[in-house]
Design a protein around this ligand. Structure first.
Ligand code: GLN
Length: 238
């Protein structure tokens, strides 16, 4: 068995350890004898036909501007894949740009792929610090956020979680991220997957199920160190 991870724009969209999410996916597959291939996709590259998991990290406003045109070019294919249930993890900058748009503090609008029902406008201050959210599918999830964007998800969309400590989507409505089909969009850097292994295993399970057309139960791993990291992060002050 082999899974292909499509890593979108690793040069421009990779903040606060986001690349560690790809390493976590690879490692957790390897430990279960599942082979992985990572395709690092940059603007202008041909979009591969075959991939099983989509990952995209965060980026500065300038990085988001640099990838805008290319993201709009691949938006129809990305939309088809997300709608079709391809598992995806999108952090901060690409979370914002899989929505309708991100409007910077200078009032410049960076268009998004318009796949997820959300829009983002920069607020007056950056929202920075450790964050803990409670989710119905994965229990508490911990990470680190640093964004100016205030995101509003549409009323009938499912948030990824509810803020316990931190700001989340906008610092007001207690929502954090979005959970749409098998796509998780979130502000949580850190990286999120090594210390929230249930989220990593969700993406791997969904990828295997789509690939084989069968229900899948992953072999259990000894997550002692991962859970210790989780617990340490969970008790950090904001
Ligand atoms: N530039 C965006 C913002 O500040 C995204 C930042 C990020 O990806 N960390 O909201």
């Amino acid at each position: 068995m082999s899974l292909t991870i499509l890593h979108l724009y690793p040069k421009e969209m990779n903040l606060y350890g986001d690349h560690g999410n790809v390493l976590a996916l690879k490692k957790r597959c390897e430990w279960r004898k599942i082979r992985t291939k990572v395709i690092e996709y940059e603007p202008g590259d041909p979009l591969p036909k075959d991939f099983d998991i989509i990952f995209g990290g965060g980026g500065q406003d300038s990085g988001q501007s640099k990838i805008e045109q290319d993201l709009l070019r691949i938006a129809p294919e990305m939309k088809a894949r997300i709608e079709d249930g391809t598992p995806a993890l999108l952090i901060c900058g690409l979370y914002q740009l899989f929505g309708k748009y991100f409007e910077t503090a200078e009032g410049k609008r960076i268009n998004g792929a318009n796949i997820l029902p959300l829009a983002t406008v920069a607020g007056p201050k950056r929202l920075i610090g450790n964050i803990k959210i409670s989710t119905s599918s994965f229990g508490d999830v911990v990470g680190y956020e640093n964004h100016s964007g205030l995101t509003k998800i549409s009323k009938n969309a499912n948030a990824f979680g509810t803020v316990v400590t931190g700001a989340g989507n906008n610092g007001e409505d207690l929502t954090e991220g979005i959970f749409y089909k098998n796509c998780i969009g979130t502000y949580l850097h850190g990286p999120i997957l090594p210390k929230n292994p249930r989220v990593a295993d969700f993406l791997i399970t969904k990828a295997l199920e789509r690939k084989t057309g069968k229900k899948y139960t992953l072999d259990r791993l000894n997550d002692r160190i991962e859970l210790r990291a989780h617990n340490v992060a969970a008790t950090r002050p904001r």
